[in-house]
Design a protein around this ligand. Structure first.
Ligand code: SAH
Length: 261
């Protein structure tokens, strides 16, 4: 099994992923967090939010919606979702809703994140090994994943969002999260084989690169087109005998696009 070296020295060639470790800025002094929220770790006065209380209400709702994996619940409890949304949206950070994160993209609903992580973990006994996330977005799900996997490789095709995720995650100091700028449709071969692959954007089919980069015994959880504008959650399990695909409930994700932006 080949392990990538980090920090990886990859040229920022087109269609090739480049790696940024959120806690190790090679540039000037680390950028100041975008809002006083992130800087203080607490909420600004006047917003009337009690983050731990709201987060525990969010968790209660997840349980009511059928989330039962204690590890997933603990990971969701550990990550402050309000750190990942604009100050103007902080009031909605713990609602069960998707929220805009810029560049026309959205952070997924908490119950969708929890559901997908539960599905991902079902294939693994205990902590997952290396996990590849397609679509870093604001970095929220990567932060949750960091509590469930030994290493998280998260790839984003929009440079602005990749940078934003880096800023969001820097303060959290998660040494096992590796942010990549690149086209996730190609996967990220240097980190393969992956115990699990999770996508936050849906295409017409599961790219062959993901299946190739998945370890035997590993699982892919991803949205996929179910005809027309419809999408469904798809689970792919890889065994020595081949792959098995299950199509689950309808979902709504942003489109999986090729190339960089
Ligand atoms: N997990 C994210 C959700 C982001 S939305 C979060 O917690 O915020 C899905 C993201 O997938 C978008 O940012 C979009 O730009 C990205 N995306 C779409 N196609 C992609 C591709 N081929 N490679 C990498 N990222 C992609």
């Amino acid at each position: 099994m080949q392990r990538p070296r980090f920090p990886a020295q990859l040229p920022e060639a087109k269609n090739r992923a480049s790696v940024a470790k959120p806690q190790q800025s090679t540039g000037p002094a680390p950028a100041k967090p975008r809002s006083s929220l992130a800087a203080s770790g607490s909420l600004p006065a006047g917003l009337g939010l009690d983050s731990p209380a709201l987060r525990s209400r969010m968790l209660q709702k997840l349980v009511a919606q059928g989330v039962s994996d204690p590890q997933v619940m603990a990971a969701m409890a550990a990550v402050e979702r309000h750190r990942f949304v604009d100050t103007a949206l902080v009031n909605q950070a713990y609602e069960d809703t998707s929220l805009p994160i810029g560049w026309g993209q959205t952070i997924s609903k908490p119950n969708v994140v929890a559901r997908m992580l539960e599905l991902l973990r079902q294939a693994a006994a205990g902590k997952m090994g290396r996990v590849l996330e397609i679509g870093t977005g604001c970095g929220y799900q990567a932060a949750v994943l960091s509590h469930l996997a030994s290493e998280v490789y998260s790839i984003e095709r929009i440079r602005g969002l990749h940078k934003r995720a880096r800023d969001n995650l820097r303060a959290l100091r998660l040494p096992n999260v590796h942010l990549l700028f690149g086209d996730g449709m190609l996967g990220f071969a240097p980190g393969a084989p992956y115990a699990a692959i999770i996508a936050a954007a849906g295409g017409d089919a599961i790219p062959q690169a993901w299946i190739d980069q998945l370890a035997i015994g590993g699982r892919i959880v991803a949205p996929m087109s179910a005809g027309g504008a419809k999408q469904a959650l798809v689970v792919i399990d890889k065994s020595a005998q081949g792959i098995r695909q299950s199509v689950l409930e309808p979902v709504q994700f942003v489109p999986l696009k090729s190339g960089l932006a």
